[in-house]
Design a protein around this ligand. Structure first.
Ligand code: ARG
Length: 593
């Protein structure tokens, strides 16, 4: 379907043309004086010079031509030459009826869908997820869903950190604690046990302990590097331990991401592309891109137009070891081969901005990708505490993701109980806990996504979990309210099928309709800009418009059956759109709250 603003523009363009002016002057925008009109056109002002006429005269000529319009109800030319407009109720209701009948509410699908790989989450094996992993997971998941809904072929990949020093650290600490484990016996040739010699909670304690030790003890650090080297060069026992770590850790990661409603299509990691590295390095050398600098193998990625420092991209360290970027480059190569993506999107903290710039340039320069393969890095800002500094636990430590979610759910449960108490109804404990989880997730995700991804924001539990204001719970509350009206309508003997949206009978209803009608405009922008916050702003406006309408209209008490069922039809469309939107943000609504 065409966007509502385009349809209105078309109508005004025709009028400019009919009055012998350039049609292009007829572009319409949302009014910046909503108290006076719904839409406006400033084309007359732009045309004044060309036609040597007062803008007001041009505006009047055009307004004249719009008197019989099927789209516009009121058109006035006002000084110095604005066209102020309101649309006809019948035009809006007709537009909404078409939306209701159309696939994806009339969102235009791309002629040629893009193949998109989105790399997000950034989890590391054997290390617990912490607050820093929250934003890339939430943003990535939403961007993935937005691209998919826009009609593209999207693959989400977690790209686990599973090949670095952290693995060697865990192995070293294990060996210190249990030197007799069969994995450390080099002469052993039999099968290794199927059961891991540690549980997830042990693993989660081992890594931080080992990491702390290695910072103080050079010998320990050397042992960890040695263990990493042994693992990477395929020593059997180390490999077997690595497999255990992978299984235990990935199971736990899956559980955590499940709780966040974050779902990856691929669970690949750094380890998956190790075998590709030698060939890739060879290619970079042969192509004359990579050269030795202080013993390390590097590729220059500086460009003449650079105004900032742009260090070369290091491919191999002087001891021949590969690095984080070597793996990322090999992953790009692998993805091109296996999936031929048109576009690769990465979501990480903004501290990796320069890093990805280097990697992208290196991949392009060395021909790992096609000239038209797109790279996009979505850098997220930091989630801060109320003190404006990166979010920490009360005693200043790194907050585990699980604990953060636990805190939110607890606060949400408290609010749900409190709400029930003030409203005077009983809460079923089990249901309340379930609801608290659903609403808590909405609170966190909406609190995050309603900000532009690149901006820092303050994590404010109290504000995020509030039922009022620009929050997730407020949006869910609105959806639940609509559902409850629809349920009551059914209880009163009404049916939802076959209801048809009617012309608005008052301003608040029309405002709601005009908000809802922006759907495809918003979705296109959210996809083009990869910006979930666009959707947040849209549903917040709808929720406000709906609640305003609800307070002004006695929907269920209405005697005129056609009017009433028209409202029901509008409610159904509003609910459906809100539910699609929150799904794109990565959360859902409960039946009651
Ligand atoms: N595991 C990395 C980290 O903890 C993030 C991975 C981001 N993705 C990538 N392809 N490099 O920082």
């Amino acid at each position: 379907m065409q966007k509502i603003l385009d349809l209105i523009s078309e109508e005004v363009k025709k009028a400019f043309e009919a009055a012998d002016y350039d049609a292009e002057l007829g572009r319409v925008t949302l009014s910046n004086r909503p108290d006076l009109c719904e839409y406006q056109c400033n084309g007359a002002m732009a045309g004044a010079k060309k036609y040597h006429k007062a803008p007001l005269v041009i505006a009047q000529d055009v307004a004249e031509k719009l008197q019989q319009s099927d789209v516009l109800a009121e058109v006035s030319a006002v000084a110095p030459g604005f066209l102020n407009m309101k649309v006809k109720e019948s035009f809006v209701s007709g537009y909404l009826r078409n939306m209701k009948d159309a696939e994806k509410f009339g969102l235009q699908m791309p002629e040629k869908p893009k193949k998109i790989i989105i790399d997000y989450g950034g989890a590391n094996v054997a290390k617990p997820l912490h607050v820093g992993h929250l934003r890339p997971a939430i943003i990535g998941e939403s961007v993935k869903r937005i691209c998919r809904y826009a009609g593209h072929d999207v693959i989400g990949d977690i790209h686990m950190g599973d090949w670095g020093l952290q693995m060697g650290l865990v192995i070293t600490e294990l060996q210190k604690r249990q030197p007799d484990l069969i994995y450390f016996d080099d002469s052993y040739e039999g099968e290794y046990p199927a059961e891991a010699p540690f549980t997830i909670s042990e693993l989660e304690e081992i890594y931080p302990t080992a990491s702390a030790k290695s910072k103080e003890d050079a010998e320990y650090k050397a042992a960890a590097m040695e263990a990493t080297y042994k693992l990477q060069s395929g020593v059997r026992g180390h490999r077997a331990l690595w497999n255990h770590m992978m299984r235990v850790s990935v199971d736990d990661l899956k559980k955590n991401y499940d709780n966040l409603d974050v779902e990856f299509d691929l669970w690949k990691g750094e380890s998956d592309v190790q075998e590709l590295i030698p060939g890739m390095v060879e290619m970079m050398k042969k192509g004359g891109y990579a050269y030795l600098s202080d013993g390390a193998l590097v590729v220059d990625v500086k460009e003449e137009t650079d105004t900032k420092e742009m260090p070369p991209c290091m491919i191999l360290k002087s001891d021949g070891a590969s690095l984080y970027n070597t793996t990322d480059l090999a992953t790009i190569m692998d993805r091109m081969e296996k999936y031929r993506p048109d576009r690769m999107i990465y979501v990480t903290d903004k501290r990796q901005e320069l890093y990805f710039e280097q990697v992208f340039r290196c991949a392009r320069k060395t021909g790992l990708v096609n000239a038209d393969t797109e790279f996009i890095h979505i850098c997220n800002g930091t989630m801060n505490g109320k003190d404006g500094k990166p979010f920490k636990t009360r005693d200043g430590g790194v907050m585990r993701l699980e604990n953060l979610i636990g805190d939110i759910n607890e606060e949400m449960l408290r609010k749900i109980r409190e709400n029930a108490e003030t409203k005077g109804y009983e809460v079923n404990e089990q249901e309340a806990e379930q609801t608290a989880k659903v609403v808590g997730l909405a609170a966190v995700k909406y609190g995050d996504l309603s900000n532009q991804a690149s901006k820092d924001y303050i994590f404010d539990i109290d504000r995020f979990t509030s039922f009022e204001g620009d929050t997730g719970p407020y949006i869910l509350y609105t959806i639940v309210r609509i559902k409850s009206i629809l349920n009551k309508y059914i209880e009163m003997g009404g049916t939802l099928t076959g209801t048809v949206i009617q012309e608005a009978v008052n301003d608040s209803e029309k405002s709601l309709m005009l908000e809802v009608a922006k759907f495809n405009t918003v979705m296109e922008a959210a996809y083009e800009e990869l910006a979930p916050h666009r959707i947040c702003a849209y549903i917040y406006d709808i929720a406000n418009a709906f609640n305003h309408f609800y307070h002004e209209t006695k929907i269920l008490a209405e005697e005129d059956a056609q009017k009433k069922s028209g409202w029901i039809a509008l409610l159904i469309l509003t609910r459906d759109i809100l539910e699609v939107c929150i799904d794109l943000l990565g959360f859902s609504a409960p039946e009651r709250m």
